[in-house]
Write a protein that binds this ligand. Structure first.
Ligand SMILES: Nc1ncnc2c1ncn2[C@@H]1O[C@H](COP(=O)(O)OP(=O)(O)OP(=O)(O)O)[C@@H](O)[C@H]1O
Length: 235
C-alpha cells in the first residue's frame, strides 16, 4: 500500500535563511503521529510545505504517491487558519465553499462534527472565540476523505474538557487507513491516541519512534519527550 507521506532531502529557505534542511520523513498508513518540537522548530513550516501552501523548497514531497501540488492537495486535508474568509462570513457559507472546492467533502459528516463541537451554523467568524475557531477547523478538516490529515496545534484555545472529548473521538473521524499528523505542545494529552512521535530539532527530523517502542522502554510518551531534551542538553 502507498505511504500517505514520503519526504526526502527536503530543504526550505525563507529570506536566505535555512528553516528546514536535509529532512526525511515517511509516514505509514493508518497512523496517528505527533509532530513535536520547540517554538520555531519548523512544525508549521513543514505542514505548509506538505500541503502545498509553502512553495520553492528543494527535495521530494509525496502525498499518497503524488508529487504534483494539485494531486497532493486532493489527497490531504489541511485547514490553513481560515484566513481567506472575511470576518463576516457565516459558518454555513464557509461550508458551501468547501463543498464546491472539495469533491470529497462530506456534508453529513460535517454536520455531525459541527454538532459535536456545539457550533451553530449561523455564527459568523467574527463571533467565534479562538477555541470555537479551532473547533471549526477540526470539523472542516475531518469532513473530507483524505489519506493524510494535517492538524497544526489544533487545541491551543480549546478548554480542557472539550479537548479531552475531541482527542478521544479523533480515531472515529478518520478512515482506518488514513494517517493524521498532529503538532502539539501538550504531548501528554494526546499520548493515548498516538502511534508514533516525530521530533524536529536543528531544522530536521531527529527522532521518529513508535509509542509502542517508547512504552516497551517503560516510559510514557511525555517522559520520553522530556528525557530527549535533557539528553540533548547534556551532550
Ligand atoms: N514569515 C517568515 N519569515 C521568515 N522566517 C519565518 C517566517 N515564518 C517562520 N519563520 C521562521 O521559521 C522557523 C520555523 O517556524 P515555524 O513557525 O515553522 O515553527 P513551529 O515549530 O511551528 O513553532 P511554534 O511551535 O512556535 O508554532 C522559525 O525559526 C521562524 O523564525
Amino acid at each position: 500500500m502507498t505511504n500517505p507521506l514520503e519526504i526526502t532531502d527536503l530543504v526550505y529557505k525563507k529570506n536566505q535563511k535555512k528553516i528546514i534542511t536535509d529532512l526525511d520523513l515517511t509516514l505509514k498508513p493508518g497512523k496517528i503521529v505527533a509532530l513535536l518540537g520547540e517554538n520555531g522548530a519548523g512544525k508549521t513550516t513543514l505542514m505548509r510545505i506538505i500541503s502545498g501552501v509553502a512553495k520553492n523548497y528543494r527535495g521530494s514531497v509525496k502525498v499518497a504517491g503524488f508529487t504534483k501540488e494539485a494531486d497532493r492537495k486532493g489527497h490531504l486535508s489541511f485547514t490553513d487558519g481560515l484566513t481567506g474568509f472575511a470576518n463576516s462570513t457565516k459558518i454555513s457559507n464557509i461550508v458551501k465553499f468547501y463543498q464546491i472546492l472539495y469533491q470529497d467533502f462530506n456534508l453529513k459528516q460535517f454536520e455531525q462534527l459541527r454538532d459535536f463541537m456545539n457550533l451553530k451554523p449561523d455564527l459568523r467568524l467574527s463571533e467565534l472565540s479562538k477555541g470555537m475557531k479551532e473547533k471549526l477547523v477540526i470539523a472542516l478538516t475531518f469532513s473530507r476523505r483524505a489519506d493524510l490529515y494535517l492538524l497544526d496545534e489544533p487545541f491551543s484555545g480549546i478548554d480542557a474538557m472539550a479537548r479531552k472529548k475531541i482527542i478521544k473521538s479523533i480515531i472515529l473521524w478518520k478512515q482506518e487507513k488514513s494517517t493524521i499528523l498532529i503538532s502539539d505542545h501538550f504531548v501528554n494529552e494526546i499520548a493515548a491516541v498516538l502511534d508514533e512521535v516525530v521530533i524536529i530539532k536543528n531544522k530536521t527530523v531527529c527522532m521518529q519512534k513508535s509509542t509502542e517502542a517508547i512504552r516497551a522502554d517503560n516510559q510514557s510518551v511525555e517522559e520520553f519527550y522530556e528525557s530527549f531534551y535533557q539528553r540533548e542538553e547534556e551532550e
